[in-house]
Write a protein that binds this ligand. Structure first.
Ligand code: GAL
Length: 420
């Protein structure tokens, strides 16, 4: 494999040779990521800035497309061509899938020297390691199950507080509708449909049910009445989106809440990054509240290190790994991104009330075992199983398929994707 990579590196030698003559002493990284919205770009900009401040050369490879599906396709093409980026925004079981293909480098020397095991939640540390060695470094903890709302718009419709059950949400949505306001800002893209779906599954079924259905892929749970009820609620939510939802980017849906066109959005806390980048204040211009249901849907971004050769790039990986895990960087980055630090020892005094709520609920969820990994955001199942979920949920959202038919089709598709 090594020889192959080196051979291909020679084939792609022009770029490498140029980089090595111009690169500075502290390494070069080419970073593939999908952080292109306002808040995301600001956050990744912090990483670039810090890396360059340390004397490194940063080659930016952004692949637009929320949720990262386009980036993952681009990554596959790069690896197949034998020309992987130095570091890739990649997470969850995907890290293990790539590691098994033998295309990752480990940064275990840095991790051991800096004692990562002692400062990371064990669940995250486990995801970052392959055969006991760190092949990735986590930047944050995002929570998926959030409502984002415009308080002035809610007030206009006579809504006084954030909904705590799906029935309450439906009642609020009706009020918004009656006031001529789009109740739910949504972008009709498969990953966004799946984000809303998993949030509803947690709310309708609770954390144990979520785990059985979306993580363990238990056929009984997938075909249960609870799953039927989840699709029923998703059908309701479909009636609360505006006619132009199809294909809309998630950050444009966030903008609808921001500018008063819509009441709510259901989205992970990267949406907060958008509000903040636009100068909006939490609790004043926008409010956050967990969606109904006890639990916490976890999504953590990380950078994974691919097998590259050449001193410059290897050095770049080491420097980047150390930088990502530094407490100062974890603070700056997450203040912009809307998430909270992956490290458990970073002070949160500069963080806002949404971040503090996330942190408090995360600790509670760990304690009572209601922390669940996001299916939509690649934390729970293989890419092929996730693909089946996304296809079915999107299909349901864009047709008049019944909930009973949806659960049958879903269970069948998941089973098919699990076959070796
Ligand atoms: C998620 C990712 C977040 C956010 C979002 C929208 O999968 O973890 O960091 O950027 O996609 O692009």
């Amino acid at each position: 494999m090594k020889l192959f990579i080196q051979g291909v590196a020679i084939a792609f030698g022009l770029g490498l040779a140029m980089a090595s003559t111009t690169a500075r002493a502290d390494g070069t990284v080419e970073v593939l990521h999908w952080w292109t919205s306002g808040g995301e770009a600001k956050a990744v900009g912090e990483l670039k800035k810090s890396f360059e401040t340390q004397g490194g050369t940063w080659i930016d490879s952004p692949i637009a497309g929320g949720g990262g599906d386009a980036a993952m396709t681009a990554l596959r093409a790069r690896v197949v061509a034998g020309n992987p980026p130095t570091a890739v925004q990649l997470k969850g079981p995907g890290i293990q899938e790539w590691a098994k293909e033998g295309v990752l480098n480990n940064v275990n020397d840095v991790a051991t020297k800096e004692g990562w095991d002692a400062v990371l939640p064990p669940v995250l540390a486990g995801i970052m390691k392959y055969e006991g060695k760190y092949v990735a470094a986590p930047v944050n903890i995002h929570r998926v199950d959030w409502f984002w709302a415009n308080p002035a718009v809610l007030a206009k419709a006579g809504i006084t507080g954030m909904p705590t059950t799906w029935d309450e949400f439906n009642a609020d949505a009706e009020k918004l509708k009656a006031a001529g306001i789009t109740p739910l800002a949504h972008g009709g893209q498969p990953w966004q449909d799946a984000t809303v779906f998993e949030t509803v599954v947690l709310g309708v079924g609770g954390a144990d049910f979520y785990r059985k259905a979306l993580v363990d892929l238990d056929q009984k749970a997938l075909t249960s009445d609870t799953m039927v009820k989840s699709f029923d609620e998703l059908r309701k939510l479909r009636s609360y989106v505006d006619p132009n939802f199809s294909g809309r980017d998630w950050n444009l849906a966030t903008a609808m809440v921001m500018n008063g066109q819509a009441g709510f959005q259901i989205m992970g806390d990267w949406a907060k990054g958008e509000f903040l980048a636009a100068g909006k204040k939490p609790g004043v211009d926008f409010v956050c509240a967990p969606t109904p249901g006890k639990g916490f849907i976890l999504n953590s971004d990380s950078f994974t290190f691919f097998k590259v050769s050449g001193q410059e790039r290897l050095k770049g990986q080491t420097v980047l790994a150390s930088l990502i895990m530094s407490p100062a960087f974890q603070e700056t980055f997450n203040l912009a991104k809307g998430s909270i630090p992956a490290r458990t020892d970073v002070p949160l005094d500069k963080f806002d009330s949404c971040a503090l709520k996330s942190h408090e609920d995360l600790l509670a969820a760990v304690k009572d075992n209601s922390l669940v990994p996001s299916m939509a955001h690649e934390m729970a199942v293989s890419r092929s199983v996730r693909g089946e979920f996304l296809d079915l949920v999107t299909n349901f959202f864009n047709s008049d398929m019944s909930s009973a038919d949806a659960v049958k089709a879903l269970a069948k598709a998941v089973k098919r994707a699990q076959q070796p």
